[in-house]
Design a protein around this ligand. Structure first.
Ligand code: BG6
Length: 481
């Protein structure tokens, strides 16, 4: 939010508005020199730890640049890159690609070591700071402790920390990390990224569900037979073996992206569209969610030969199985999920299979009504219904009503997430309770060996939609195409 009506273009975080209005009234009574001094006080910065890494170069800086172009960054925001490497501002900028001078002006470099609290004191001061931890997750704990001990996170209104997934490695480790967070930060200061929540098409699930009355009366166990969620990729682990071989499909996709999509599909309407209410409803639905017993894990052929992968690896690259949401709306309705790498089609899609009408008046036609939400690529919304076939007979055939989601105005997820973080809006970040519920749901899939409650040894698959002979037992999948 910008406070207009004043010669200085001031960015005002919502919580500060009243305070600033008061300052501006005073400023109007001041001399130019005095007002300049006051505007200087209102500085903002985003400090990116791990600024020499891939995420910063490929995602964060381009997203910040787009926000800059759209004049959506606070006019005095400084982007501080930092890491252990010795860099100057100039040498860092050279690694980032081509940007206009007026954007590069905002960038600065400071070398720090997150493990060495003294070096953190070299970071510039600002009134409002977003610390983005683009560092390996095992460093989150010491980063939070050291930033706090260095006095950089003292004010919960004006300092916050953004972390990427994964938050923990399983239920226990996530609980431990959360206890560190709780000792040092307020929940309002921690922004846990699930980049799916930055996607317009994912956020469109709620808009489509709750800004229309058409769907909501049907959106329950009375009219829905089954929900299928696909998150399939054609690529393999693509040189990320060091991370992926310890994560696998369950930690990499199911625990976060897929469960977030499930929560948005299954949750009740929040009483308000704000971070507290949205996340409260998601937490409730995740708390009601459990794994079914028909679970298939798979590993694509050739995975063990990839560079950096353990040749004996039993890491799953594929998950297919049913989840159930034990509440009044969804009791007994399977949410069948299929996610994996090296599958025939890259796609994120939700298929809502409607129940058949009570009486089949039209013979010879397989009942096929569906609502389909394609989140990527070519996002669209389909309603498949039966209509009368033209002609003399009384047969029916399936017709599809499609609305393509407007992509021309689409933004990159990181643009949205950085904008929200800088502006102190946590609506599209994951709350600690959601994280813990998500880990609880998948915890049985994370153990290895004979004592696991679920068979976790992956089946091999090559081509096709995973170990099809097995996953076909789960349901008759509506594979995307
Ligand atoms: C990441 C996973 O979080 O999401 C990757 O680590 C996966 O393995 C990616 O490929 C998928 O994201 P998107 O936006 O391409 O669907």
């Amino acid at each position: 939010m910008y406070y207009s009506g004043h010669p200085y273009h001031l960015y005002v975080p919502p919580s500060h508005l009243e305070d600033i209005k008061e300052k501006i009234i005073i400023m109007n009574l001041m001399t130019t020199k005095e007002t300049e001094r006051l505007t200087e006080i209102l500085t903002h910065q985003i400090v990116i730890f791990g600024a020499t890494g891939d995420l910063c170069r490929r995602k964060l800086i381009p997203a910040l640049f787009k926000l800059h172009e759209k004049e959506l960054l606070p006019s005095n925001l400084v982007i501080v890159g930092t890491s252990r490497r010795e860099h100057s501002k100039e040498s860092w900028i050279e690694t980032l690609g081509d940007y206009p001078e007026e954007f590069l002006h905002r960038l600065d470099w400071v070398s720090t070591d997150l493990e060495n609290p003294e070096t953190l004191q070299h970071l510039p001061d600002a009134d409002d700071t977003t610390y983005f931890l683009s560092v390996p997750p095992e460093r989150y704990e010491s980063a939070i402790v050291n930033l706090k001990q260095g006095g950089l996170l003292d004010d919960p209104e004006t300092s916050r920390v953004v972390v990427e997934k994964p938050f923990g490695h399983d239920y226990e480790s996530a609980g431990h990390l959360q206890s560190v967070v709780e000792r040092h930060l307020r929940e309002k200061q921690i922004y846990r990224i699930d980049h799916y929540l930055g996607k317009d098409t994912v956020n469109n699930i709620l808009a489509t569900r709750f800004s229309n009355t058409l769907l909501e009366p049907l959106w329950n166990r009375q009219y829905i037979e089954e929900i299928q969620i696909f998150a399939s990729e054609t690529i393999g682990c693509e040189g990320r073996a060091q991370y992926y071989d310890h994560a696998g499909a369950v930690r990499d996709m199911l625990q976060n992206h897929v469960l977030q999509v499930l929560a948005l599909i299954a949750m009740e309407a929040p009483c308000k569209m704000n971070a507290r209410e949205l996340r409260r409803e998601k937490t409730k639905v995740l708390a009601a969610t459990r794994l079914g017993t028909n679970i298939i894990l798979g590993q694509y052929d050739g995975y063990r030969n990839e560079e950096g992968v353990d040749p004996q690896s039993s890491t799953p690259t594929y998950f297919a199985g049913s989840l159930f949401v034990d509440n009044w709306r969804w009791q007994g309705i399977p949410f069948n999920v299929l996610t994996g790498k090296k599958l025939p089609y890259q796609c994120v899609e939700v298929v809502i299979k409607m129940k058949a009408p009570p009486q089949q008046l039209f013979e010879g036609h397989e009942y096929n009504d569906r609502i389909v939400m394609r989140l990527q690529p070519n996002p669209h919304f389909d309603i498949r219904i039966d209509i009368k076939s033209p002609g003399l007979n009384d047969n029916v055939e399936t017709a599809t009503l499609t609305h393509a989601y407007p992509q021309e105005r689409a933004i990159d997820g990181y643009e949205k997430l950085l904008y929200d973080a800088i502006n102190g809006d946590q609506s599209h970040f994951v709350h600690s309770e959601e994280v813990m519920e998500s880990w609880r749901i998948v915890d049985d899939l994370l153990c290895t060996g004979d004592k696991c409650p679920i068979r976790t040894t992956p089946y091999l698959y090559r081509g096709g939609w995973g170990p099809e002979y097995k996953s076909q037992w789960i349901t008759n999948w509506d594979y995307p195409s």
